[in-house]
Design a protein around this ligand. Structure first.
Ligand code: KIV
Length: 296
């Protein structure tokens, strides 16, 4: 089998991973440098999530995120990515009015932003019809059940979903219905691991878990959470693999001290005149430097 970092990931090759493995590695990204690092590190699937609103734009939840913001950030990500499959997240109210508008918005992720697929939250009857319409329009769709953050106001708060039997059954049926409607994979967010296992064993498409335990066919995390670059609350399911907040904070602190102490910039980080063009006497530059008590 080819090395996992060399084969371009496509929708069919991702679906095949359900049976042939290995587990699908997915992370979010919202900008060029992060997407380039993730892609080079062999991440299979890069989701330009509407978590953008919370971890990059400073909103309290994902509801305010707009199509324009999603397209802008998806473009930056696809410019960086060579191998991973890029999925654009349909933001709140981009798929709520009509199937025509939903298709038009979804198509922008493919036509303008260069993504290969879109993700859409929920599995209501109306949502399933939209998934069918998108698939019919040649737009691959990733479903999303369990905790659907765009429903924050109707749910009241972010919480584990599917712990009660009826809610668990609805999630299982939702995932099955999404597969039937043509979705190529489904995100399971914040559900008990036993339920995620049952869903994973009941559908023929890959399940991508976030807070859904180890039985899923793949895992996703918000990259800022994994890197320790988020501010505020971190859900129980996050494992921090780095402390970027600390690293950046220390670096900026050192820079500030150096600027204040006159240690930055120094000779190495400054441009120089050629020796023949250097001022000989105490010209304006020399006089200004000596006024500050520094050598010219
Ligand atoms: O917006 C997002 O980042 C997501 C993932 C957490 C699945 O939907």
């Amino acid at each position: 089998m080819a090395h996992p970092t060399t084969d371009k990931i496509t929708v069919p090759s991702l679906v095949a991973r359900k049976t042939v493995g290995p587990r699908i590695v997915c992370l979010t990204a919202y900008d060029f440098p992060t997407a380039r690092i993730l892609d080079e590190a062999g991440v299979d699937l890069i989701l330009v999530g509407d978590s953008l609103g919370m971890v990059v734009l400073g909103f309290e939840n994902t509801v305010p995120v707009t199509m324009e913001e999603m397209i802008h950030h998806t473009k930056a990500v696809t410019r960086a990515v060579r191998r991973a499959l890029v999925v654009g997240d349909m933001p709140y109210f981009s798929f709520h009015l009509s199937s025509e508008e939903t298709i038009r918005n979804a198509s922008r992720f493919l036509k303008e932003a260069g993504a290969a697929a879109v993700k859409i939250e929920g599995a209501s009857k109306k949502r399933l019809k939209l998934v069918e319409a998108l698939v019919e329009a040649e737009i691959p769709v990733m479903g999303h059940v369990g905790l659907t953050p765009q429903s924050v106001h109707s749910l009241g708060r972010f919480r584990v979903r599917g712990a009660a039997a009826a809610e668990g059954r609805a999630i299982l049926e939702g995932a099955r219905a999404l597969e039937k409607a043509g979705a190529f994979s489904v995100v399971l967010e914040s559900v008990p691991m036993e339920l995620a296992k049952e869903v994973t064993e009941s559908v023929g498409i890959p399940t991508i878990g976030i807070g859904a335990g180890p039985a899923c066919d793949g895992q996703v995390l918000v990259v800022h959470d994994l890197l320790g670059y988020s501010t505020g609350y971190l859900p129980k399911f996050v494992r921090k693999y780095a402390d970027l907040h600390g690293t950046i904070s220390r670096a900026v602190g050192e820079y500030a001290e150096d600027v204040r102490a006159g240690r930055f910039p120094d000779d190495r980080t400054s441009y120089h005149l050629k020796p023949a063009e250097r001022p000989t006497g105490p010209g304006p530059a020399g006089r200004a430097a000596s006024r500050k008590g520094r050598a010219a």
